[in-house]
Design a protein around this ligand. Sequence first.
Ligand code: FEO
Ligand code: CA
Ligand code: CA
Ligand code: CA
Length: 599
Amino acid sequence: ATEAAKLGRRIGFTAVPMGVTQPLVVPVGYSARVLYRWGDAVGIAGRMPAFKGDGSHTAAEQALQAGMHHDGMGWFPLGEGKDAKDGKEGRGGPGESRHGLLAVNHEYTDEALLHADGMMSWSADKTAKSIAAHGVSVVEVRAEPPARPGEPPRWALVRPSRYARRITASTPMRLAGPAAGHPLMRTAADPEGRQVLGTYNNCAAGVTPWGTYLTCEENFYGYFEPPEQLDAHHVRWGLKPGGRWHRWHEFEERFDMRRHPNEFNRFGWVVEIDPYDPQSVPVKRSALGRATHEGATSALLRDGRVAVFMGEDARFEYIYRFVSRDPVRPGGAAANRDLLDNGTLSVARFDADGHGRWLPLVHGRGPLTRENGFADQGEVLIKARQASDALGGTKMDRPEWTAVDAATGQVYVTLTNNSARGRPGQPGPDAANPRGPNPMGHILRWKHHGDLGAETFDWELFALGGEAGGDAFGGPDGLMLDPRGVLWIATDHSPNAVPAQPGERLWLPRNQLLACDPSRAGGAQPRRFLVGPHGCEITGPVMTPDCRTLFINVQHPGVDPAVDGAAGDLWAGSWPEPGIRPCSATVVITKDDGGVIGT
Ligand code: FEO
Ligand code: CA
Ligand code: CA
Ligand code: CA
């Protein structure tokens, strides 16, 4: 066990009240500092444009700076100045927690904030800037050793850095796995169906055991101008007339489905990135299935193969598991470059008796035949929703992050909310989604009959949003089990959510981060660790292996209406810097005595 794991799951901080007035609050004895906000230079040598907080920076500058709307993150240790790429060097010492790379998703853009004049006009330059503000950052971060024993590490970005990188919605990437080259993936620009430009709407993420980053494409459909005639496939994947929320297609014709019907199928994938190699080409791993992906959490089976758990964040969509065919090999990314291309994807079914079963999405098995519209395994993966419908997977309340407790084998998933459950024409409550409507969300957990690759499991409700018992929360989204087994819950709740059941505590005006000991008898009893700025969600929680540094992301902070009203200045109440536009940002949290976070 690591040093941190020996400390056990004890939680010792004093809860933060929801009624605090400061913009970002952590418990007494902790400090939170902004580390990397929208517009900060990523750190490419000689190309580090300063941020302009009025939106006047260019598309070319934006491509060298942090994108907007930070979301999922991953930690990649660099050790004592060494490269941990081979999976050995740099691991195990204190270095792995003091120096490393952060991969940061930039999920989406707020075009009104991104451009100086917002959406007053639209142009090729604005399209390019919007594309550049999406994707992923890789930044190098380092903690100076404490000045004195008993003080916390002092974190800063290392700039310039040879690892610094921006991946955007125009970065060339490779398609791999059974859907690569499929007729449904071929376009005029890519007749082979194996090369695609960019990743976007990168929501949550995961880190593989071999040290690569998995970034997940979520609400990709809203970027396409739909075709005039919508077919069943289009409708099943969210297209509707007038349903897009971007104007990229006016200057990037691949997003116009009237001209390029298949570009749409090339998004909705999990993308693997080697953050240690800034020249590496990201790979879309089609074997993990297409979805409006939230995250991808990996864990090893007893025989060395890897399981990847994934939620699809949409109302009445599914929870997936991929199990690799082959075991993970020592030697980092290079030794495992095709590992995620072969294996079995399954969808979860949660039965009312507390049992559950993984239903494999394998062409030719059960209903997944040519007669039913699945020509081959590639089509099963591209149409994973239709395949899961045919198999009878359980339609969930917007599954967001998953977390695996390596010590117990339990797997957790947040179901953030579902205002449509039980509405006319929509599925009603079921055992695993017991409330309709469900404005506050809930958390499920399950344990396999065997290891994480077993076909069946037992499941239970772990926590219901809005219920008494510990500090109230709504809209559970981010989920992280730290190395000592404490479960961290980050929320994305709308304070305007409509009451559903009597007894739900509804007035949660700001989003938060909570901690709980999931092994505790008698319920989760979450304790509030952080309250975020007005309007934001809290996401991305990542703990260093020594549990002495916690990184989080503040996404879509707004302005404090009380401050702006008083000052008469549009941005006076902005977070993190009053007077300029509000910025999503990565925040680093340490304990003032340098100790373990949460104790
Ligand atoms: Fe991008 Fe499901 O939140
Ligand atoms: Ca999310
Ligand atoms: Ca969310
Ligand atoms: Ca969000």
